[in-house]
Design a protein around this ligand. Structure first.
Ligand SMILES: [Zn+2]
Length: 265
């Protein structure tokens, strides 16, 4: 049986001199693994070798779900060219593709997540001034990561303490904020003792997580700190650090306000 679907390539490995094994995230079918025979030949029905983030309409035969599907057509949309010129944006997109691959199951469709991922790629591909770009790309990545968690049923609890349900009072300057992966969300000062994996957050980071609308306008420093929390959380969820994480944030551990750091900078 032939199936037609919209697809984004989230992984591609060489299978032979001329063929590749490709993982697609498709809109209606979900994630599929497919063999693309002859994809590396100069004249193939796939518009050339298939790279990560390539997207467009595919046709595949899906004889048995136990085995790889066979890709028969791939009409690739134009390459997201600006990504090739902006390394951080490219790495953020690769990171998003890696997380999507890790957190979704074969043949489990998530149409809205597909649309969100495609939009994320297109937004990341938009070109802005160099100074604005790092901030914008990081905020897009964080928001996509949260969308992904929501969509696969792992939505973190961010609007009140994940343990005792106390609402946050962001105006209270003496308040302390933590994030814990084992609690799956923000936790308050009264509960932090019970969670050994907690990370102390500064007020800006906690404020953004409790109110995601603040993320696009945040400083780069705050966004990097939020991304470190996200990386730590994904490391816990996956049981290993995501491969692309080290290209986005350097250290995963220290997300507290560090005055020595700010002085040095
Ligand atoms: Zn609490």
């Amino acid at each position: 049986m032939l199936t037609k679907d919209l697809a984004i390539c989230i992984r591609a490995v060489d299978y032979s001199e001329t063929s590749q094994i490709v993982t697609f995230f498709t809109r209606e079918t979900g994630k599929i693994g497919a063999i693309a025979k002859g994809s590396k030949r100069p004249k193939s029905s796939f518009d050339g070798p298939i790279e990560i983030l390539a997207h467009g309409e595919i046709v595949f035969t899906d004889s048995s779900r136990e085995k790889l599907a066979t890709l028969t057509e791939f009409q690739q949309q134009p390459v997201l060219l600006n990504l090739r010129k902006n390394l951080l944006a490219l790495y953020c997109c690769y990171f998003a593709a890696e997380l999507l691959n890790s957190l979704t199951h074969d043949y489990d469709p998530h149409a809205e997540l597909f649309d969100g991922f495609l939009q994320f790629l297109q937004n990341s591909n938009e070109q802005q001034t160099a100074t604005e770009d790092r901030r914008r790309v990081l905020s897009l990545l964080i928001l996509f990561q949260l969308t992904l968690l929501n969509d696969v049923g792992l939505q973190p609890i961010l609007n009140h303490c994940a343990n005792c349900k106390t609402k946050y009072d962001m105006r209270n300057t003496k308040y302390e904020y933590y994030f814990s992966s084992s609690a799956n969300g923000l936790i308050c000062k009264d509960c932090e003792m019970s969670f050994t994996d907690k990370i102390r957050l500064n007020k800006e980071v906690a404020g953004c997580l409790a109110n995601l609308q603040q993320i696009p306008a945040s400083t780069e420093e705050t966004l990097v700190k939020i991304e470190k929390v996200m990386v730590r959380h994904f490391t816990d969820l996956l049981g290993h650090p995501p491969k692309m994480a080290k290209y986005i944030v350097k250290s995963r551990l220290n997300v507290e306000d560090n005055r020595h750091d700010t002085k040095r900078g």
